[in-house]
Design a protein around this ligand. Structure first.
Ligand code: GAL
Length: 382
């Protein structure tokens, strides 16, 4: 009799706790549905302030959340993994109601995110997919494979192998190229490299492009923490290792503007340039993020291209996702297949990207208000 009563009580308790969770699946938070935005705090964890793009991301997310009335706790982790872990921990203990996280190392936040799940805090993975945990509720990013395709295509276009409209160009090579990839602990690095190689590899196979160093694996091409100095050092080593016989590098695949600037510095120090039109021209160097320092270099004919990812729109999607969760709803996804984080496929909202050569700076970056003409000329944001 007692036993039966006990079980009934347990059943009732279970039912109660299920109701408390709202039964709405991971991420929804019944406690916040009726709250006013001003009573809710959103923790925003960004990787580093050494890059223009993450500063812009942090500012955009903060401003847009504040415009919705939320309190915002924005932290930068100085590209240090333990610091990011501590910052996220602190956001949770200080009562964050939702988290937006751009991870330094996509696999390093599992224990923090378990704590977030235990406290019913929805977690939005921002631009970089958080891996190896079920406690990530949504992913906002760009189509990262297409970013890589755009980078590979921009390399071929810069070399004249393709025309601007994508048709076959007149240049047949062979051209010497070198390949750089991002940080292997960032899930995006593989997508960028694979996307780029999907258009570059056929041109290696038919002899149009030659990777003179032979370093074609992502492990060989990788750049830990996407660091400019690391890329500069590797480019210097490639030049002494493979080009001291007088042959020239004609193109360099770079996945990110900071890496591009390191590559360009190494090349200029070795006597290339100073620009793409010099007698001993700089090779065609690609990029990503439309960082202002690189937009200036593109405008000055030094860097060939970048890929523009509008961080204002990314911030909008992150804010929309956080708001949906806090109101007890599921955010709208436009991709539910691509981003398997090792434990589950994370529903995603992916934005499109645009390639920017010198001729596109005005129409894509200035007319949209992303950078002013003055900032482009200075190479610095106001
Ligand atoms: C990636 C991001 C790129 C670039 C890079 C280095 O995760 O997708 O746009 O910013 O980090 O910061």
């Amino acid at each position: 009799m007692n036993k039966k009563l006990g079980l009934t009580a347990l059943g009732a308790a279970l039912a109660l706790s299920l109701t408390a969770c709202g039964g709405e699946g991971a991420g929804s938070n019944a406690n916040t549905e009726d709250a006013d935005a001003s009573e809710l705090t959103i923790g925003v964890s960004m990787p580093t302030e050494t890059s223009e793009r993450w500063i812009a991301d942090g500012n955009n997310v903060k401003e847009q959340l504040e415009a919705e009335g939320y309190e915002v706790d924005l932290q930068y982790a100085g590209d240090d993994i333990p610091t990011q872990g501590q910052q996220v921990d602190q956001m949770i203990t200080q009562g964050a109601d939702a988290l937006i996280v751009a991870a330094i190392d996509g696999t390093a936040l599992s224990s923090q995110l378990q704590a977030a799940a235990d406290a019913d805090i929805p977690v939005i993975s921002y631009d970089r997919l958080i891996r190896d945990t079920e406690n990530v509720d949504f992913y906002v990013s760009f189509d990262n494979f297409k970013v890589g395709v755009a980078q590979g295509t921009a390399l071929l276009t810069g070399l004249g192998v393709l025309n601007a409209d994508g048709s076959e160009g007149t240049a047949t090579g062979p051209f010497n190229i070198e390949l750089f990839a991002g940080s292997l602990d960032d899930n995006n690095a593989g997508f960028f490299f694979d996307g780029a190689m999907s258009v570059i590899q056929p041109k290696i196979d038919d002899g149009t492009l030659v990777v003179k160093s032979g370093q074609t694996d992502i492990e060989q091409a990788a750049t830990l923490r996407w660091a400019q100095e690391t890329a500069q050092k590797r480019m210097e080593d490639l030049l002494t290792g493979s080009y001291n016989d007088g042959t020239k590098v004609n193109g360099v695949l770079s996945p990110y503007d900071g890496i591009s600037r390191g590559i360009i510095t190494a090349l200029q120090n070795a006597g290339y340039g100073p620009d793409l039109a010099s007698a001993n021209p700089l090779p065609v160097v690609t990029g990503q993020d439309a960082e202002i320092a690189s937009v200036k270099l593109i405008n000055d004919g030094v860097q060939s291209s970048t890929i523009f990812k509008d961080t204002r729109l990314l911030a909008e999607q992150a804010v929309a996702a956080a708001t949906a969760f806090l109101e007890g709803e599921e955010p709208e996804a436009n991709d539910t297949e691509t981003y398997d984080n090792g434990v589950k496929v994370v529903p995603s909202y992916l934005l499109p990207v645009e390639t920017v050569f010198k001729d596109d700076i005005q129409s894509v970056l200035v007319d949209s208000g992303y950078w002013t003409a003055d900032e482009v000329a200075k190479g610095q944001s106001d």
